[in-house]
Design a protein around this ligand. Sequence first.
Ligand code: ZN
Length: 474
Amino acid sequence: MTTCIRNANWVVEWSGGHQYRREIDVAFDGGHITHVGPDYVGDVDVEIDGKDRMVMPGLVNMHCHPSGEPLKKGFREEFGNPQLWWSPLFDRSFIYHAGVEGQLASAEYALCEMLLSGVTSVVDLSTPYDGWLDLLAASGIRAWATSMFGSAAWHTEDGHSVDYVWDEPAGLQALEDAIDLGQAADSHPSGRLSGMLSPVTVDLCTEELLVNSLEAARDHRWRVHIHASQSLPEFHEMTRRHGVTPVQWLDSIDVLGPDSILAHGMFIDAHSWTKWPTDLDRGLLTESGTGLAHCPVVFSRHGQGVEDIGAYIRRGVQVGIGTDSYPHNVLEEIRTAATLGWMATGNVHSVSTGELFTAATAGSSSILGRDDLGRIEVGAVADIVLVDLSHHSMSPVRDPLRSLIYTAADRAVRDVFVDGQHVVRNGEVTTLDLAGATQRLQAAGEQAERDTASRHFAGRTARQLSPLTFPEIG
Ligand SMILES: [Zn+2]
């Protein structure tokens, strides 16, 4: 079946890089783009009027946890433990959950958020739950499904120091289970799922587990995806263990490389909080070809972040964009990546909208080994977003990507195609039940709120850990 978007007002076309073109046709046949240019003359089954439309490539969410993060909305802002350098990781963010029902509700809700904001590919790092792969497939999105595993767990008895509870055999067994899941993804009949391996964080994995994970990933032509340099306690733990930064240690055990993706890469040697005397980490990422998943929004809510993402890009690090948490809205991540970079450097030319949009499309795709995604060109996969230029939030349209990123965001996303399939039509998800997921997410959130104290080391309630904006009276 051939679909043609006729006379699209603006097109973000790829020709070695993104560029704008006006008043052209974009056609796709089955799952691939067959024409980008004036006057498509082939047979057309479905014609779309491109008069008030911008055609752009689908966005790639390089790093997120859709089955866990959505129900933390309202809990996870203005958040963090000041006794652990404002990181919430060790004593609070992981205790707010609601079992498998909560995971299913969260994931369905998050997948809707992604599709509605123009995300067509996602790297989903989750704790496995029944129905995971089938839900991803039913959504119509393109997904890398990867379960997180490690050799240890974090533990705190006092809220200001972190212990590591090691179980190395369990970590190696979890790697085997993760390989099974990756194979199930690769062979899923939808054809849109892929495997990946996620040794969870640099400080929770032994060298053996990391090296074995990378070898297994290479055997299956997958990537490994590791949280690293994401908190200051982690940075200090790794320098205490090894005398070098997390990135330098990963380099020393040969775990950096083009098959590796680091999530966050924030507390590196050059970050002002670490006061580390070298400036090697970004060069190691560049020389090794390691990909970086940059997720600025969630960390900004803890008062921290990558200080100069433009410097990573200028130094040649392959940067992709992820959401990590809610909202699963890559357009807002691009906006925040830009504004935080400008703020932190005091230099509005430190990073450009074009560099960040490229990171969120072709950049993420090439890190994932998929140079046929994230671009509008003949032969690329038909992952396509139509933006409504007549939406009030886009007006006046001088530079449509700037209108979209800095003002409109998901409000102006009208139609989304993945693999040529129409997964968002006139602003509605066609594949999932957003209203039902929203109801179930509310119930899951209320359960998480009730259960938090029983999981906290000192029995603190959710309201004590994260007070409401104003006191609730009565
Ligand atoms: Zn993460």
